[in-house]
Design a protein around this ligand. Structure first.
Ligand SMILES: Nc1nc2c(ncn2[C@@H]2O[C@H](COP(=O)(O)OP(=O)(O)OP(=O)(O)O)[C@@H](O)[C@H]2O)c(=O)[nH]1
Ligand SMILES: [Mg+2]
Length: 339
């Protein structure tokens, strides 16, 4: 091998990987969540905050901040007006996509129900995907009480979800209702717990595609898997190495994500463990997952060992073919007026 070939290959690999991962906060809730995730450490991740509310934006400690819709909304937020945000975003859309679209993976975070996040989440997801970027929308679904008592929030949330579901691809819909499991904690601690869970999802997805695995699961295979899978979501769990089947059960049941499996989902199942992770254990996880998903028509598997994992085994799965409207059905219907 030529002595300089190693450097050349490293350079090529770096170019093929492109820019780092980007996290983008949209609207109040999205920007707050990005700010929180940064505190949990995500090496090599760039963050951008986008809002129509200048005051809120000035309080978010994120390096890159973009105020949109100044002409019409005057930096005061949209007050729940999704259409105004959409119109305001027109002038900024190209510039935003140019600024964030250089990354290969972009996570877009928004709380659905308000005007800003609900307008920008589907719009920017579509624009980024059109450029070939792996855009991962993360939608925080409002509490049911917000939807029951506010038709505007409800129609903003439903409208945004409908657009995201129609597009297919990866969708991380985190339901506020599932946060009830933390109901003995004060609200800031509850949101921290949710953000820590989201941090784990981001970290494991990036880890799965950014580092070489023993079976070839990389960004290109993830993208082609997603292209054939309709709406997909991400599952994650970690257990002691002696409990491979439990790992699958935990991933499917102890999730904060809202989804419903169809009869024939597809899956990409990746298992990480330490140097004591045997092929036998990995195979038990793959098979348990296949059984629990009802023998999916297409399943891609991967595994990787990390010396620092010791007795822990981690499952990361991208499960596709989610039932259309599954996420929307999780939102309760409006109560009919008293007779
Ligand atoms: N503030 C806040 N809201 C959250 C959070 N997680 C979920 N939400 C939900 O996010 C929804 C949208 O609220 P905002 O983010 O304030 O709305 P926005 O996108 O800024 O839109 P406008 O202010 O109407 O322009 C709310 O209905 C909440 O249910 C969070 O961490 N903080
Ligand atoms: Mg706002």
């Amino acid at each position: 091998m030529r002595p300089d070939l190693g450097d050349e290959l490293a350079g090529l690999a770096a170019r093929a990987r492109g820019d780092p991962i980007t996290l983008v906060g949209l609207g109040g809730a999205g920007c707050e969540a990005v700010h929180d995730l940064l505190r949990l450490e995500l090496p090599g991740v760039r963050a951008v905050a986008i809002n129509t509310d200048a005051t809120h934006l000035s309080h978010v400690d994120v390096e890159e901040r973009i105020l949109i819709g100044q002409r019409t909304l005057k930096g005061r937020g949209s007050g729940g007006d999704r259409e105004q945000v959409r119109a305001g975003a027109e002038e900024a859309r190209e510039e935003i996509v140019r600024r964030i679209g250089s990354s290969e993976i972009v996570f877009l975070l928004a709380g659905l129900g308000g005007g800003t996040g609900s307008a920008l989440l589907p719009l920017l997801t579509r624009d980024l995907r059109a450029r070939g970027t792996l855009a991962v929308p993360v939608a925080f679904l409002p509490f049911h009480i917000e939807l029951e008592s506010n038709p505007d929030r409800r129609s903003n949330a439903l409208g945004a979800l409908a657009e995201l579901e129609e597009m297919g691809g990866l969708l991380l819909a985190l339901s506020n209702e599932k946060l009830r499991r933390f109901e003995s904690l004060p609200m800031p601690r509850v949101l921290q717990a949710r953000n820590a869970y989201l941090h784990g999802l981001v970290e494991s997805l990036v880890d799965m595609v950014e580092h070489p695995s023993q079976l070839n699961v990389d960004l290109a295979s993830l993208k082609s898997h997603l292209a054939q899978s309709g709406v997909s979501t991400l599952l994650l769990s970690e257990e002691h190495i002696s409990e491979p089947e439990r790992l699958v059960h935990t991933a499917l049941t102890e999730t904060l994500l809202d989804f419903e499996l169809s009869e024939s989902p597809s899956a990409l199942v990746h298992v990480d463990g330490g140097s004591n992770l045997t092929l036998g254990t990995v195979d038990r996880v793959w098979r348990a997952m296949r059984r629990r998903l009802g023998e999916p028509r297409r399943m891609l598997v991967g595994t990787r060992t990390h010396p620092e994992f010791r007795n822990v085994v981690r499952l990361t799965a991208v499960v596709g073919g989610l039932r259309p409207r599954s996420v929307r059905d999780a939102l309760v219907p409006l109560r009919s007026p008293p007779a």
